[in-house]
Design a protein around this ligand. Structure first.
Ligand code: PLP
Length: 474
């Protein structure tokens, strides 16, 4: 499988290269040159497979040429191992929980950090380590986090022999549960840095470090943010998994997806293009609704950031949206590059009418505010004693308002465990119903490791170069 850039000017790469690449050299994002397509018979034959075996069948075409089948199978068996000694604390890995007639939540929060990002980052860490061992190479990962991605990335890399990971978070500005999920994962290749500044300061330092990597003395720097192709690839699997449980491919399924960076919903779009009968895909956003404004009015326009009760979807621009634009423009990289230039210069873009009509056929959308989010948490709690996290609640709200057919099973992606976002649940008045799951019951007693550093790029870079080789200097 080869991968090409959405802006058409960067060299095509194989899977191994794309895993390490991040952004393409022309500023675009990598996508598969051709998407695999499965027949209905093939998909039907996967019914009842354990998660890791289904994952092998769905993702195999994306890695052919880079990872032999036997090795890939072994990696997937480890990634999606279940039980208290495994990675996911539920036998089904991603179980379906019914809320109403023909309405289900796909629980993607039984991994080590209680959010769906574990599905991709547990795999990404293992793939990176595999590829690096083969090349006898080491890398440094740097990332900034306001909470969620950081802990998932750290958990994904904790067993990596060839990776040192540095995660920057704003000192005293993340919740205690989120901080402890990062800082209580101990390992000589894991480095938590609390910056005396805000999230933007952290992000700027990471960006500046990618732009000038001389402080790393030749060790490559790798990004694990949501533009990494391997993350999208891993997220395609659970669409197949959920749909097969509910009778696909003999019937079609609808999905409602809480989304910010357009990563998770894009994976659903790919699943449909790969042959899974999906009859509706709903883009569910919070007040940071740039995607909803595009879908409903052909206006993709940067707005100010509105902090919300669903912070993991608080974005100003959606970094994966460019991948959809590429398909909407007949995979014409030159056209996408021109659009993205316009967006960079003006903070706005819109597409030609026929292309927008095409997008409207592919997706429905809704923006849900904080009050509606809390109301939905209450409604669902009253109806079936289930506590939703605020992101999942947005998905439920959008599913109920945008649903096209009551006969088609509706699946809402449950992106996080409610205990991660107690503020919303307390606002909804049902905070008492919450407890930490068994495998995290002692989280508040675990030892932490974290270094507080000044809000100063030189100080941070010098820390990284002093500790980037399993705690020793590079
Ligand atoms: C990251 C995240 C999202 C948004 O995912 P995208 O891939 O950006 O669409 C939604 N919910 C939770 C809990 C998240 O952590």
């Amino acid at each position: 499988m080869r991968y090409i850039s959405t802006r058409g000017q960067a060299p095509a790469l194989n899977f191994e290269e794309v895993l390490l690449a991040g952004l393409a050299s022309d500023g675009g994002l990598y996508v598969p040159e051709t998407l695999p397509r499965f027949t209905l018979e093939e998909i039907a034959s996967w019914s009842g497979l354990p998660y890791h075996e289904l994952a092998f069948r769905v993702m195999r075409p994306f890695v052919t040429g880079s990872i032999p089948d036997a090795d890939f199978k072994k990696i997937l068996e480890e990634t999606y191992a279940v039980g208290l000694d495994g990675v996911f604390a539920h036998g089904a890995v991603a179980p379906l929980q019914q809320l109403d007639s023909n309405e289900w939540v796909l629980e993607l929060f039984h991994g080590p950090t209680l959010a769906f990002k574990d599905f991709a980052l547990q795999l990404l860490g293992r793939l990176l380590d595999y590829v690096l061992a083969k090349r006898s190479q080491r890398v440094v990962i740097m990332g900034a986090t306001s909470g969620d991605t950081g802990s998932a990335a750290i958990e994904g890399c904790r067993r990596c022999e060839n990776v040192d990971i540095f995660i920057l978070h704003p000192h005293q500005r993340v919740s205690e549960v989120q901080r402890r999920q990062m800082t209580s994962t101990l390992g000589d290749n894991i480095h938590n840095i609390a910056i005396e500044g805000n999230f933007d300061d952290c992000q700027e330092m990471v960006k500046a470090s990618f732009a000038n990597q001389s402080f790393l003395k030749g060790t490559p720097l790798v990004a694990v943010n949501s533009i990494n192709w391997a993350r999208i690839m891993a997220q395609i699997v659970y669409y197949f998994h959920a749909a097969l449980q509910l009778g696909a491919p003999h019937r079609s399924i609808a999905f409602s997806v809480p989304t910010g960076n357009f990563g998770d919903i894009f994976a659903g779009y790919l699943a449909r293009n790969m042959g899974l009968p999906i009859n509706q895909l709903i883009v569910a956003t919070n007040r940071n609704d740039i995607l909803h404004r595009f879908m409903s009015g052909n206006r993709y326009e940067k707005d100010t950031l509105h902090p919300s009760l669903s912070p993991s979807m608080d974005i100003m621009v959606s970094s994966n949206f460019e991948r959809l634009l590429f398909d909407l423009h007949g995979r014409n990289g030159v056209a996408v590059a021109a659009l993205m230039d316009t967006f960079k210069a003006t903070g706005k873009l819109s597409v030609e009418d026929e292309r927008w009509t095409e997008a409207r056929k592919l997706f429905d959308s809704l923006a849900v505010d904080d009050e509606q989010t809390c109301q939905t948490i209450v409604d669902v709690f009253k109806a079936c004693a289930q506590v939703l996290d605020p992101h999942t609640a947005i998905g439920v709200r959008a599913a109920r308002e945008c649903r096209r057919s009551l006969d088609v099973p509706m699946v809402i992606l449950g992106t996080a465990h409610p205990v991660k976002f107690p503020e919303a649940v307390e606002k909804a008045g049902i905070g008492k119903a919450l407890g930490l799951p068994l495998h995290l019951a002692d989280l508040l007693q675990r030892p932490e490791r974290c270094t507080v550093l000044a809000n100063d790029l030189k100080v941070v870079q010098s820390f990284v170069s002093q500790h980037g080789n399993r705690g020793k200097p590079l």
